[in-house]
Design a protein around this ligand. Sequence first.
Ligand code: SF4
Length: 771
Amino acid sequence: MASAAGASPFRVVHTVCSHDCPDSCAVLVTVDEEGRAVKVAGDPAQPVTQGFLCGKVAKYLDRVYAPERILFPLKRKPGAQKGPQPRGRELDAFERVSWDEALDAIAARLRQVADRYGPESILPYSYAGTIGQLGFGSMDRRFFHRLGACQLDRTICSEAGGVAWNLVYGKKLGTPTEDFRLAKLVLAWGANIHGNNIHLWPMVEEARRNGARLIVIDPYRTRTAAVADWHIAIRPGTDVALALGMMHVILNEGLEDRDYIAAMTHGFERLAERVREYTPERVADWTGMTAAEVERLAREYASTRPAALRMNYGLQRCENGGAAVRAIAMLPAITGAWRYRGGGAQLSTSGGFAWNKIALERPDLALKSPLGRLARVVNMSELGQALKEPGRDERSENRDRDACERDDGPAVHALFVYNSNPAAVAPNHNAVIRGLKRDDLFTVVHELFLTDTTDYADFVLPATTFLEHTDIQGAYGHYFVQLSQQAIEPPGEARPNVWLFGQLAQRMGFVEECFRDTPEEMIRQALAIGADGHSTNANMEHITFEDLEERGHIPLAFHRAPEEKPFQPYTFGAVPTPSGKIEFYSESLAAAGQDGLPGFYPPVESRWSEAAKRYPLELLGRKNDNYMNSTFANLPGHRKMEARWNQRLEMHPTDAQRRGVADGDPVRVFNDRGAIELTAMLNPSLPAGVVAARLDWAKLHGDGANINSLTSERLTDIGGGATFYSTLVEVEKTKAEGSSAVSLKFIEEQPQILRLTTPELKDVRGPVRSE
Ligand code: SF4
């Protein structure tokens, strides 16, 4: 939709925000006659974007034109040690090289590693740094399949919840975002709508203007919780107990929808038996609520129509996160909330999009690799374990290739990172760093900035923003297919990963034509465009590439006429589960030896566990509202928006008093995996026994740690996801000259990173609101 506005020298280009956010906003980029982007704005014609962007992306040109962007390929200088360099001096460890030199050298080294240790000793590591279909997974997957490299199980964010939802409903469909405005009750469960799903907020506001109530269930008083009608701060990891307790009350008081249950669900009798033990009193003991509050919540939820439940992925990052999502997802099936427009639930809408992944990713290419099969799978939430140093025999020059084959394959000898910053975001930071430091590990990083991960790279390759490449995108918070057109030329020699892996494939001698596909050809493949020019994908048959170019966004077929024919999933008809019904009981889980019903099993790292004797505090390692995981954390404007919480440990006053800690004291937070030094900030709205700190780059912290120095590689009960919110720690006050002094000194010395002086920091810290 690049269009000239009359005689204006400016062009307006339709792009799509590709950051890992449910909203997938339509972004209009204004470009001047010199090809420079001068404005980004939300597309007013896109019904969910509604013409506005979040605070992070409204300032996006700060990122696109940041002076610190990597503009050229970089190669580690001979003798330069891997590890953090002083901020602003990272380039000292690298020398500029041409793309040709970088690609030749990387291809040669990958070939060498594959020949010596087998291709499964090469590990790609990527996630949702971009969620466009091409940038997230296309040419990269083709390349690594053809090479025979490890497959990566991309579990770090949403896998537990996604698998759990699908166990109940078969497909990730939910209440359309636009329909939340019709609700009379919005139950935001682990969903900070105001912080990271901001385009749902206008719908919630409209619903509230029409009399709806907003209830937020979250251990932390988020922006959303702070403006709710009722904030319920349960203890971390107790969501499943609360959901089962609500069911107990609903069934006890006859508030369930028996007709809906009979017609649409499977396993009700077993579930009803299970929830008998979840009395309000027991649930109150676990969650920290009162029994009366459990009852009140259940009654209000079951008796309000329509009731819309929005849960987000934070709640499933606990050891029992899969069970929690299953149990919560069952609530609207028990009350029949799906029957009413504006009711139901939403975890993700991504199941509405049927992309042609086979064409994009070409798993068949694995048959042409030296393995002749699909390679082993490595779980990205266990990166520290995956990067363990190989045994001595493997490192011997004279080793036999077979000698290094373990049951689970060879050790990792080459790591290729793109769309991610694992040295900041992966759990068990210290284990990850030990792996990245290995001299024998060859590491390539495709990035926009010099990050915690590039400190360990042998090669750093310059990447593009979504303004600088073309892609196609769905969403997990709405039902629109959108085309993101390249708006500007990449700065310097930055290149998208589609180009990078195509080039690398050719250097590796891969002759398959698919490695020469253009972005437009790949978009047509993703859409499975047929002979008549239309997509052949389910729900996309009305879409042509040309229409997308013209309009920028097109709704999925079932969402084309929302007023005349609203989309209400799970209202009637077959459900894509093994039983064809909404499944309260899962035969497949039971067959795998797991509990076929959701149940509350306290996390190994929780206040109920043995480990709590040594580490009694439950840590919430929170995401920042104004960053996207670790993205944006290096930009001064974004840091300023988070200044109040930077390097702070939020503590309940009772926990602080017990440890002799006062507001503003330097503290050390620690467990067996690591430690981080922070400044205490008292917050009475936290449940007692819970502390909270926010994710940051380790290199932007005085002691080089971040909250992932404390998190574990333990996996969720379902889906093998990361368990960031099942982390036990202890806190101690440190001496006056300790961490706080170091951190503040560090900040003062980095005016380009955080333009705040010490007195200003005191101002922004201020007292914590106690509402
Ligand atoms: S981060 Fe989310 S809310 Fe912000 S512009 Fe991107 S898609 Fe929209």
